[in-house]
Design a protein around this ligand. Structure first.
Ligand SMILES: [Zn+2]
Length: 162
């Protein structure tokens, strides 16, 4: 997976340079973990002095655009977290396991942020891969988690077009 990690690093550095100036000084580690039956493509953690993005097996065969969409989403999480002060971070951290609604709001805000920064097309590409072959119930579950549908992404792309 050396090559994969190099590719991920390149995409993330490029995204930060172009669209996430507030993360220019951040130390962002990227790991790839094979974790059986993991439902996620990637996750991000903030440890105050460095950030850690974990890419899961599901993302292994994603196209370049889908990877850009995925990392733009993860970096948008960080950009939003960076705006919070220490106490807001702690409060959010503690509420995390207990509030589905808060997590869903956070995912929605994050998707909107990624679209605002110009990654709507890539976010749709990612959606197309994630949603392929999903049943109506599974799609409903995903909506409840806060992620934008393609229709919503297109709406926000229009709204924030410069
Ligand atoms: Zn997310």
């Amino acid at each position: 997976m050396i090559l994969g990690i190099e590719k991920y690093n390149k995409i993330v550095r490029e995204l930060i340079r172009k669209s996430f100036p507030e993360l220019k000084k951040s130390i962002v580690f990227i790991s790839y973990i094979e974790f059986p039956n993991c439902n996620h493509s990637a996750s991000v953690f903030e440890f105050f002095i460095f950030e850690w993005i974990i890419v899961f097996e599901k993302a292994k065969n994603y196209s370049k655009d889908a990877l850009v969409g995925m990392f733009a989403h993860e970096l948008s999480h960080l950009a939003i977290i960076k705006k919070r002060n220490f106490f807001q971070k702690i409060a959010y951290f503690w509420s995390w396991p207990f509030s589905k609604k808060r997590r869903a709001d956070f995912e929605r805000r994050t998707d909107i942020e990624a679209v605002k920064r110009g990654y709507g097309k890539e976010r749709i590409e990612l959606n197309n891969l994630i949603l392929k072959g999903k049943t109506k119930e599974q799609l409903g579950e995903r909506r409840k988690k806060g992620y934008l549908s393609n229709k919503e992404i297109k709406y926000f792309m229009k709204k924030y077009r410069k």
